[in-house]
Design a binder for this molecule. Structure first.
Ligand code: PLP
Length: 381
């Protein structure tokens, strides 16, 4: 069964519990077969009312990249986080330690500045360094941590001859919506450039970007790569995918509010915004799929840009074709709008933020959060 859109208030993000469980089952299989620890990246998804589903499937650990994410891991998921930040701050570092089991430093200067405080935290924290393998197939510069001049991680040329004695792990993140063949290439670069340091560590975190729940992803190769790497170097492997957990697990439901014409272009204005509610569409950029629409314009069919309800002129994407003309009140359902959406939204323009809901085939729809003026006001003063 699928989400019954007629039951969903508009606008609303709806997470489909069954689709999430399917993803969790697949990731669990990879975890068991590979022996890797697989934790979820909150940067992609941190909709905590759904965490009981993750815990039921044995996923109770997360990677955090800020104090708030680390606190969410500790208090809402139930385990201290594996934390990595490009730059920890004086004001927040001790509180981060209280919520973390692993802390990875982006540079040696951050390690020197903060490691003594991690050692004094009162519980054991495993320390790591982020390395930069300088090899990535990620085509979009915005998402490429290995682009020339990147601030992400330490290149082999900048590594110390010997690792500091209390460094137990190395962390790299070089992939984005990638296949296991991409990981294979990255591992080649890591092994070639960092062979000198790998025998000295107990764990290697291979970051995120492993889109193992995408149709056609070769999970057998992933399992083999992890097992071989762990055996070759005598390390525990950790993966921290984000998108893979909630890939294609839900939608953003919206309504057409108006249709306007200009110079032969028809734009359907909806009650959500690309800029505020689907920011990756403009940043990446990419064109999302709309349920029931023709993704590419079809000659002879009614064809529209879809425009957001913000005042930003560029808040539109186009074009899609529909089997009949759009009218005010028609539903526009944007597909795959769970990862990197809810965590990235803003209240730009004071736009009404879409509600948050979970759909269960047996129990139906549970709206867990609605938003209003108080949410907008309280962010600003
Ligand atoms: C350090 C790190 N780990 C994990 C992730 C999650 O990546 P993804 O959602 O592509 O799996 C990211 C994404 O930017 C990241 O920067």
């Amino acid at each position: 069964m699928a989400i019954d859109i007629s039951k969903v208030p508009s606008p609303c993000y709806v997470l489909d519990e069954q689709l999430l469980r399917n993803n969790l089952r697949l990731i669990d299989r990879v975890r068991r077969e590979s022996g890797a620890e697989i934790i979820m990246a909150f940067k992609a998804f941190a909709f905590w009312p759904s965490f009981s589903i993750f815990r039921e499937c044995g996923f109770d650990c997360a990677t955090a990249s800020s104090l708030s994410e680390a606190m969410l891991a500790r208090h809402e998921l139930g385990q201290p986080a594996h934390t990595y930040s490009p730059a920890y701050t004086d004001a927040e570092f001790d509180a981060i330690c209280q919520c973390s089991s692993h802390i990875t430093f982006n540079s040696l200067s951050q390690y020197e500045r903060f490691a003594p405080r991690a050692r004094a935290a009162g519980h054991a924290i495993s320390l790591g360094l982020r390395i930069n393998p300088e090899s990535s197939d990620v085509a979009t510069a915005l998402y490429n941590p290995c682009a020339p001049g990147s601030r992400m991680g330490i290149t082999a040329a900048n590594m110390p001859a010997e690792l500091p004695a209390d460094i137990e792990g190395l962390h790299f993140h070089a992939l984005c919506e990638s296949d296991s063949t991409d990981l294979q290439k990255t591992l080649g670069a890591v092994e070639q450039r960092f062979a000198r340091w790998l025998p000295k560590v107990r764990w290697v975190n291979m970051g995120g970007g492993h889109l193992m729940t995408r149709k056609g992803y070769d999970t057998d190769l992933l399992v083999r790569l992890i097992r071989d790497f762990a055996r070759r170097w005598g390390v525990r492997v950790i993966l921290e995918p984000g998108s893979a957990f909630t890939w294609q697990t839900g939608v953003l439901v919206s309504d057409v509010e108006d249709v306007v014409e200009n110079g032969g272009i028809s734009t359907a204005i909806v009650n959500v915004s690309f800029a505020a509610h689907m920011p990756d569409c403009l940043e990446m950029p990419y064109k999302p799929r709309i349920a029931g629409a023709h993704h590419d314009p079809v000659d002879g069919l009614p064809t529209y840009r879809i425009g957001g309800n913000s005042c930003l002129s560029g808040d539109y994407i186009g074009s899609w074709s529909f089997d009949r003309p759009l009218r005010v009140g028609d539903k526009i359902v944007f597909e795959d709008m769970i990862h990197y959406t809810v965590v990235k939204t803003t209240m730009f323009n004071g736009l009404t933020h879409p509600s948050l809901a979970i759909w269960d085939d047996a129990k139906g729809l549970r709206v867990v959060r609605t938003f209003g003026y108080d949410d907008y006001r309280s962010r600003l003063g």
